[in-house]
Ligand binder design. Sequence first.
Ligand SMILES: Nc1ncnc2c1ncn2[C@@H]1O[C@H](COP(=O)(O)OP(=O)(O)OP(=O)(O)O)[C@@H](O)[C@H]1O
Length: 311
Amino acid sequence: MSITVENLTKIYGSQKAVDDISFQVKTGEILGFLGPNGAGKSTTMKIISCFISPTKGSVQLDGFDINKHSEEVRRRIGYLPENNPLYTDMSIFDYLHMSAALQNVSEKEIPDRIKQMVDVCGLGPECHKNINELSKGFRQRVGLAQALIHDPDVLILDEPTTGLDPNQIVEIRSLIKEIGKEKTVMLSSHILKEVEATCDRILIISKGKLVADGSTEELKARSSGTNRLLLQIEGEGVKEGLLALDSVAQVTPADEHGKGSWFVDIKTGRDSRKEIFRLCVDRDWVLLQLTPMQSSLEDVFRKLTIQSEDL
Ligand SMILES: Nc1ncnc2c1ncn2[C@@H]1O[C@H](COP(=O)(O)OP(=O)(O)OP(=O)(O)O)[C@@H](O)[C@H]1O
């Protein structure tokens, strides 16, 4: 089941939280939704899940419109809100029973659905406990079980791994990947490594506007625009010599990588390595290192979200 968001805007009082954004999530895709604090991620996810209505624009799930067919949409969406609000004085069983009933799962089917969710979300060893007796990781699993109880085609997960320890993060991440084999998933996170490891595609939102849309590799390539090399050279006049090469855009010191180290940014579509090697031979320089560098998702995120502060 696909999600189509068109010209979505949400204004709270005088604040534009989401500013005319459009995107699609394809059936079976795991989409990562990134952005700094207050960028508009939760607001967008709440609108898609029919928890709040947009000021303008539309969201459709395979043709079901959130404004016209909200019941149909809700039935097809599982939503894990930020901070995973749970009724902590309930047992896992009672909570999942209540969640299933609220999602109109028939009374006859509920016990089987709960059994399946306990199994899928790995709740077995803890399922006799009350929610307030569970660790954060297990509470998160209960939140996921709640979101999945009515077997929705689409899962919307708002920061599903916040507050978890590294082991729990790995466990929840692999659970999401497993679930994502059958369902369309959209998840927000502040952990870029997690998004990189879990998602097929990434959207970056900043100040309510979309600033990037693509796979991790596409975003890295688009963001850098130039290739970067790390060079370590022994010799005189290295910076000036490198800058004189036609394919070189910029040379900056990289002293943290050792004496005589430089970052060399190469113009788009060019390859300077042979030229640099010949230059070293001509000038009698000693080339100690020539390593291509890749920009990280952190670099891309910072570049795009800091740039958009100036919009
Ligand atoms: N109910 C509300 N009333 C007024 N303003 C709101 C409301 N909810 C959110 N906002 C504002 O809308 C903007 C976007 O908030 P939102 O929660 O969508 O951001 P976010 O990207 O999810 O942030 P975070 O990563 O911190 O959770 C923020 O400036 C926030 O203060």
